[in-house]
Design a protein around this ligand. Structure first.
Ligand SMILES: *Cc1c(COP(=O)(O)O)cnc(C)c1O
Length: 413
């Protein structure tokens, strides 16, 4: 079930100061969510969540997460810089990139980040471009299909990420010769899953591989990184992941596979993005037009440039109308943006209360991979971001783009 949005009164109060559209985040909700995750893994002494910066690359949110003990997972030069600006360095940064330019490896090394090598060929590339650190992480791709019980959750064999099992052996041997002292192991095999068995299953895959690398090469394993992928309940009848259960099931796997091998000081890491902030953000928009042709349309002042997931993946985002929570859902609408693209629809055939022009339309679960996927097609400008505290105070943490921003990069008028 998607989380309830702030009241119509609160939204109207904010809109008086900050015009729609904007993304609104619930600071206390995010904090409590991180605390629940940390508590689920408190059995593991070194547990750390490296928030996936790409999900919500906004410093006010990142600093809030840092203050809750999170590190950051970066995949580009800008994301590394953002982590640095938020006061993080060294082991508090994971650099999980792919097709990595030399300049990014150099910055990651300068910051002392934990580099997650995506490919065997990057052993040599990293050595030449930035030098080999004493501590490094390897990204594993077990290939084939990734199943939970009988259902296929993903197809690692089709994915461009990570190295094969044989390449892991090779990488460990080469890197030990080049002076690496400690290894981490990482994999990301399914996205946006609320199956609680996902983390325990990927943990078993990684624990077995880590144990083998330890036993056959004497590799010292310091970290297993379960990466991202825990989903959120976008649909009204979906359930939220049970992190307390997930934490204890990962512990069972740890006790069964790593502890008997004398590997009980391996720390668990996560790189969750969506799970941390996804449910705690809403895109707040205003209905500005209604149109009645072969279907009934309600047009918003927001468009896919503010939230791309419905257009890109056909993703469901729950929609409510502020102040109409108890009204009957007796109208069927397509809720659209203004792009010259027919896929610019936040919802198709959605049952909603009657919408009037001027109504505040709330699009739920936009706290991760929402604003950050924004773009400027049709010259549409990206919206502001606003952080709401539990006491009702709020702060604009990113202003909306202006026309000057849009024209700023042009050099030949
Ligand atoms: C995108 C990504 C994540 C975060 O994924 P979520 O689905 O937001 O949990 C974590 N690690 C890596 C390497 C990623 O590419």
């Amino acid at each position: 079930m998607p989380r309830q949005a702030p009241s119509k009164e609160k939204l109207s109060e904010i809109i008086e100061k900050i015009p729609t559209p904007f993304h609104l985040y619930d600071a206390q909700g995010i904090r409590e969510n991180v605390r629940a995750l940390r508590s689920a893994f408190s059995w593991n002494k070194g547990f750390r969540e490296y928030f996936a910066v790409k999900a919500t690359p906004t410093p006010a949110i990142l600093r809030l997460l840092r203050d809750e003990g999170c590190g950051m997972d970066c995949a580009s030069f800008a994301e590394l810089k953002m982590a640095e600006l938020c006061g993080l360095t060294g082991e508090h940064i994971m650099f999980s990139s792919n097709v990595t330019p030399a300049s990014e490896y150099r910055l990651a090394r300068e910051l002392g980040a934990i580099i997650n090598l995506d490919d065997i060929s990057h052993v040599e590339f990293l050595r030449e471009s930035a030098g080999i650190p004493e501590q490094i992480c390897l990204r594993y791709n077990p290939g084939g299909e990734f199943k939970l019980g009988n259902s296929v959750m993903g197809s690692p064999g089709e994915a461009k990420f990570g190295m094969t099992r044989e390449q892991l052996d090779d990488a460990v041997k080469q890197l030990m010769q080049l002076g690496v002292k400690r290894f981490g192991l990482h994999a990301f095999l399914a996205s946006n899953t609320t199956e609680d068995s996902y983390y325990p299953t990927i943990a078993r895959v990684l624990f077995h591989a880590a144990r083998e690398l330890h036993e056959s090469h004497g590799a010292d394993i310091f970290m297993i990184n379960l990466s991202g992928g825990i989903g959120i309940p976008y649909l009204p009848d979906a359930r939220a992941a049970d992190v307390a259960w997930i934490g204890s099931a990962v512990r069972d796997a740890y006790d069964e596979i790593l502890t008997p091998a004398g590997m009980e000081d391996v720390r668990i890491a996560a790189e969750l993005g969506r799970y941390i902030t996804g449910s705690y953000g809403w895109l707040i928009a205003t209905a500005i037009h209604k149109k009645d042709i072969y279907r009934k349309y309600v047009g918003l002042d927001a468009c896919a440039a503010n939230l791309m997931r419905p257009a890109m993946y056909g993703a469901y985002h729950h929609i409510t109308i502020a102040g109409k929570g108890n009204a009957p859902l007796d109208h069927i609408y397509d809720i659209t943006g203004s792009l010259c693209e027919n896929n610019d629809k936040f919802a198709v055939d959605r049952a909603l209360p009657e919408i009037e022009i001027g109504d505040i339309v709330v699009i739920h679960d936009t706290g991760a991979h929402g604003h950050s996927m924004g773009y400027n097609y049709n010259g549409k400008l990206r919206s502001a971001e606003v952080l709401l505290e539990a006491d009702g105070s709020y702060k604009m943490i990113r202003r909306a783009e202006t026309i000057e921003d849009y024209f700023a990069t042009i050099r030949d008028f």
